[in-house]
Design a protein around this ligand. Sequence first.
Ligand code: PA5
Length: 450
Amino acid sequence: MIGISFFLGASFGRDEGKWAEYLGETKPRLAEAAGWVRENAAGDKSGFGWYNLPDQNTEELKKISAWLSGYDAIIHVGIGGSALGNLMLHQALLPMYLNERAEHPHFYLADNPDPEKAAAIWERVKGSRVALVGVSKSGATAETMSQFLWFRSKMKDSGVNPDENTLVITDPKGGVFRSFAGTVKCRSLEIPPSVGGRYSVLSNCGLISAAALGADTTKLLAGAASMRKFIETAGSDANPALTLAAIHRFHELNGRPMAVLMPYSNRMETFSEWFAQLWGESVGKDGKGTTPVRALGAIDQHSQVQLYTAGPDDKLYTLINIASRREEITLPQVDEESLVSLAYLSGQRLGEMLGYEAQSTAAALVKAGRPVVWIELDKLNEESLGALIFFYEYVTAVTGHLMGINPFDQPGVEQGKHYTYGLMGRGEYSGDAKEAGEYFGLIKKSEIKA
Ligand code: PA5
């Protein structure tokens, strides 16, 4: 048993009749989509490599993560799929406030190329034993390369041999990182060519820092493997991954262009961030797709739920609850007369309260006729997280397939990269620089200065 339950009883909102009809029509497409994933993954076709990651050999990962765990600080340079999965794994599995603990290594992510952040990271780590980890599937992304160069120069300036203290994780053949590793003989790990950036969390890319900081990556992969087996063997009527893909497509077709993911757990806040990239880049093509919306329970009950229940009926809601949390807190008896109205809280448990809040939001949404998917984890641990990651990768790929788009490419991301290369003066992208200048000029031609 994986320990994740999917409750889909109110997933159609006001459109129960239409949903039954859509599901009936779509069943053959779902069966075809399941075969499409399985066969392409068996052939290790481009984009489908995530399906095979549970079976990867992790010997090299273990060796290098053991080396990395001996440092005081890890600077991880990477962005998008080369960063979000790392944050998600750390937040879900490792002790909270990791960098405030005495134990090392501490972890610093240099993703956004904001000079204030990069300088602040160096200020924190200088003088300690620092490992520089550069992660880029393409081995070219400007945000990553620029910061890699800068941290490398800081290491050099401080008298450290950067090559001995650098790890790059990248494509086995292409890109600057691969040729750099070949030349300077620094440590390196591979991201399989068939695994796309945003599907790479269970590859060396996402696993490395989690492993170095103490997460059990064998269990993560075992969780993913269990979910794969479950999906492969569940009958089509009891396959929540295929059904959820159909639910997403159904709501897109029925005037709900947004998909809210709202876990009730601080440990899962960055799961939503990770999902937002996976979903947005995979399904946003050809004028199609739904916009992922990150929310966190119970905080967004005091921010967004008013809109969710009484605003337009234009979203599908997925709430994630955790039945048994790693910590539970029992509230004390009221000890003061003026607090007596709070006596209903005495002896209650905080984690249970968070669960009741999730139920309250779900109930209010259903009352308002909004479509709700409820996912319940018995526990959040390596196995269930690995399973949920695999589940969502599968749902994303199949939803894209139902939409008739390619869920594994990202032409919009590439265009942004090319404009940036051009604007930064990279010769072969001068046409992109010109085009970016022309479009940006349209914005700049009307100015109102205050
Ligand atoms: O999913 C994708 O391919 C992208 O969003 C990438 O993850 C992101 O652009 C970073 O690319 P790279 O890892 O090649 O530096």
